[in-house]
Design a protein around this ligand. Structure first.
Ligand code: NAI
Length: 510
């Protein structure tokens, strides 16, 4: 398209507020907000300094649930991109790509050219971001099936692509994992043949040793652990059990039954100094885990990958309500036939998903007291059914009903069919790449002596998560474009660029 520019190489920001050294980018940044008291609004400025390490370290990711649909699709997809694999389908030849990844397939506006036309650049040309093909991947699974056969079992990728990747994946066999049949659906027991025995402390020690071995044997500088295993039921939170970091560590030592496998993984990861990401809806981040992460200054992010239906929900509710329409009812049906669907067919695991999917419009409702009363909320119903025949090709049917001008009604109905794991894999990749970037960022107020790492709870990754974890007291943002611009505006701040305002004033001043 004419006029719109593109920068295909790393950008350099020319400004007295930004310094590029061999190792770091230092950006002095004026953060602008406004304080409101009653009806008085006072603009506030805070002077911050960001320091971003430019060297991207050799990074490894350990996937919990590696042999599942997401784990195998991600591994095969990254490998195919690395090998530049092509494959045939009845439509012809296909090339590997990273569609669906904001780190690899999205551009951000960096400014205007001399004709006042916008110029865009990929995120990785604004700030150094790990190239996914350089990621070392390994993981755990309660199923001992190698990743090549597990990829076939998943039935996600095209046959010819599976055939080409098979030899590369067949020797990858997941490490045994921690299994508790109480936490996932009973219907999963037939694949649980790869289990770490022993009490919880011994299991934790094994996981920690696995992480250390992975790092050492492959010369990896940084490891990220990511849960993409089956959804667990919610763990009970109880004083003395898991309400503080010390109580949690004590409960693991005492072999308490209510410590979920995912909690053991989070604890192992934190104690080994590794960022931990939770891609499923369960409450892995119980208070004891959060305190432990804060104590060790380890970054954590969750919960539950935001892929299809929820993404649309956070766009449509924003569109409707911020158009001044009163969204009164959302009804969402899913049916899917993959192993995730099978696991979610048990009431206790479905409940975790239902909670995760239900809160996603809260922020946009609460922000508009003109059309919603204090305790008013649209009806919101979530149904998930397991239909084996459709496999990974999930169906999502949604109905949005709104009240419009002068007593009118507006009903929007959507039917979405999509391979679930092909949406999830690039999102998992983005979570890893952006979390890794966050570990290289330090921040301080101008007047502070020392730089500190980012807050351990990575709310900046909310775009990629259905039920984002945020620091205590921080508002949860669900609206998709607000989440997206919080990432790109944050990246702009790292290189001393002002936030995107969309005002285009240069075209409005005569
Ligand atoms: P899947 O059922 O194909 O894979 C899960 C894997 O985890 C299986 O291989 C299973 O053997 C393994 N597993 C179960 N418990 C384990 C444990 N304690 N330790 C190690 N491995 C264990 O499921 P899929 O489709 O890959 O999804 C994974 C998770 O991601 C699910 O919780 C799902 O709800 C969540 N998710 C998936 C989305 C998608 O679009 N695919 C979107 C949002 C969340």
């Amino acid at each position: 398209m004419s006029g719109i520019g593109f920068v295909g190489e790393p950008i350099i920001v020319d400004s007295g507020n930004v310094e590029y050294s061999k190792d770091e980018i230092i950006s002095r940044y004026e953060y602008r907000e406004a304080r409101v008291v009653g009806n008085r609004v006072t603009p506030l400025n805070e002077n911050l300094i960001f320091k971003t390490q430019r060297h991207v370290p050799k990074t490894g990711v350990l996937l919990v649930g590696w042999g599942g649909n997401n784990g195998t699709t991600l591994t095969a997809g990254i490998l195919a991109n690395k090998l530049k694999t092509t494959w045939m389908t009845k439509e012809g030849e296909h090339h590997s790509n990273f569609l669906g990844s904001i780190c690899r397939s999205v551009t951000m506006r960096v400014g205007i050219d001399h004709n006042l036309q916008p110029v865009y650049a990929p995120l990785f040309n604004v700030i150094p971001i790990l190239d996914p093909v350089d990621l070392e991947i390994w993981g755990w699974d309660i199923s001992s099936m190698n990743i090549a056969d597990a990829m076939n079992r998943a039935k996600v990728l095209d046959y010819d692509l599976q055939r080409k990747l098979y030899p590369e994946l067949k020797d990858m066999v997941p490490w045994p994992s921690v299994y508790s049949e109480d936490f996932i659906a009973a219907n999963q027991c037939d694949r649980a043949d790869n289990i770490i025995r022993g009490n919880k402390q011994e299991q934790l020690d094994t996981l920690r040793q696995n992480i250390r071995d992975f790092k050492q044997q492959r010369g990896i500088e940084k490891v990220i652990v990511l849960w993409t295993a089956n959804t667990e039921r919610y763990a009970e939170i109880r004083a003395g059990l898991n309400d503080t970091a010390d109580n949690l560590l004590g409960s693991i030592e005492a072999n308490e039954a209510e410590i979920a496998p995912s909690t053991l993984f989070a604890v192992a990861s934190i104690l080994e100094g590794c960022t931990y990401i939770n891609g499923s809806p369960q409450n892995t981040f119980i208070p004891g885990v959060i305190e432990l992460a804060e104590r060790h200054q380890i970054l954590i992010a969750g919960d539950d990958f935001k892929t299809g239906q929820t993404k649309i929900k956070t766009v449509l509710s924003d569109f409707l309500i911020n158009s001044g329409l009163k969204l009164c009812s959302i009804v969402s049906y899913n049916h899917l036939g993959n192993n995730d669907g099978k696991n979610l067919s048990a009431p206790k695991t479905f409940r975790s998903k239902e909670i995760s999917k239900s809160g996603v419009i809260d922020d946009v409702i609460c922000a508009n007291r003109l059309i919603y009363g204090e305790n008013e909320h649209p009806d919101h119903c979530v149904v998930i059914k397991y239909v084996p025949y459709v496999g990974d090709s999930k169906r999502a049917m949604d109905e949005y009903t709104s009240e419009i001008f002068m007593g009118g009604r507006n009903t929007i109905v959507l039917h979405n069919t999509c391979e679930d794991s092909l949406l999830a894999a690039p999102i998992i990749m983005d979570l890893i790449l952006l979390a890794e970037l966050c570990t290289r960022i330090q921040i301080k107020r101008v007047e502070d002596e020392e730089f500190s790492r980012m807050h351990p709870i990575l709310s900046i990754l909310s775009f990629l998560l259905k039920s984002p974890q945020v620091p205590e007291g921080s508002p949860v943002v669900h609206s998709l474009f607000n989440q997206r611009y919080s990432i790109t505006n944050f990246i702009r701040a790292l290189v001393g660029l002002p936030p995107e305002t969309f005002m285009l004033l240069e075209h409005k001043i005569p």
